[in-house]
Write a protein that binds this ligand. Structure first.
Ligand code: SF4
Length: 263
């Protein structure tokens, strides 16, 4: 990993301030459902990464210095509001020596310590293909690991430049083989220009690394190609996925900024 200075520091919050919720930024179609379920999401390493992250589609852009105290504030909020579920979304940060893995791991540990009943889901990239960074995060024992695989390998250079489809699958394989109690979830988007065979092949790849939950979601409008596939097209893909016997296959009607509630 390279280690240039972040181009600007993030607006650091005071230790006592409420952490900024990802839920409050873009309009989220799940907001009321998540409020009822006491589920919230937080961006941990800033709003942009050095490479894009697949669903929830955190873009590449000007990176910020991570707020080291954010995890503790999220943990305090989880305890104060008896949150049932928290999604921690970590941008791809190749500028940081550890890819931000220790910040993410520390946040998971803080939440588990302060609010043991809160279920923690993490979404992150491949940490510059450094498996030791991923292992450090998974060793903090989030209950769920979500990978936004996003799309088929052919479309990676266009949709997720600099990202590596095989490396993302490898993250899931490491998680499954070495951290077997962590539940694995993955999201694939449709409407990016993929063929049905390509989407089905990616679903089979996810099954081969024993992902338990699959979420099929429309691509965000800015990435979508044309009107996107018909509902019937999507349902035929979902049928194939259901035949592969994932524990759960969810098909979303609208893109979501996070995968915490995927139904
Ligand atoms: S889907 Fe995620 S970002 Fe949206 S309200 Fe729910 S927890 Fe927040």
């Amino acid at each position: 990993m390279t280690n240039p200075r972040p181009r600007r520091a993030s607006k650091q919050q005071a230790p006592s301030e409420e952490p900024a919720r990802y839920c409050d930024q873009p309009a989220c179609p799940s907001a009321s459902g998540c409020t009822a379920a006491r589920a919230e999401a937080f961006l941990l390493l800033g709003p942009c990464g050095t490479r894009p992250l697949g669903p929830p589609w955190v873009p590449a852009g000007i990176v910020e210095r991570p707020d080291a105290a954010l995890g503790e504030r999220i943990a305090a909020r989880a305890a104060r509001h008896s949150l049932s579920q928290i999604a921690l979304i970590a941008a791809q940060r190749d500028d940081l020596p550890d890819g931000g893995s220790e910040t993410l791991a520390a946040a998971v540990r803080a939440i588990r310590r302060a609010s043991p009943a809160t279920r923690v889901e993490i979404t992150c990239g491949d940490f510059g293909r450094e498996a030791r960074c991923l292992r450090a995060v998974l060793a903090a024992r989030p209950q769920q690991f979500h990978v936004g695989l996003g799309t088929c390998p052919r479309l990676y250079p266009k949709v997720l430049p600099g990202c590596d489809y095989v490396a993302m699958l490898e993250c899931l394989r490491v998680a499954r083989e070495e951290f077997e109690t962590i539940r694995l979830k993955a999201t694939l988007s449709f409407g990016l220009g993929e063929t049905r065979d390509e989407l089905v092949a990616s679903i089979a790849d996810l099954k081969s690394v024993r992902v338990e939950e699959l979420c099929l979601a429309p691509a965000p409008p800015e990435l979508r190609r044309g009107a996107g596939p018909s509902a019937e097209w999507v349902e035929r893909v979902a049928l194939v996925a259901r035949k592969l016997a994932f524990d759960r296959v969810a098909v979303l009607a609208e893109p979501r900024p996070c995968g915490v509630i995927c139904e």
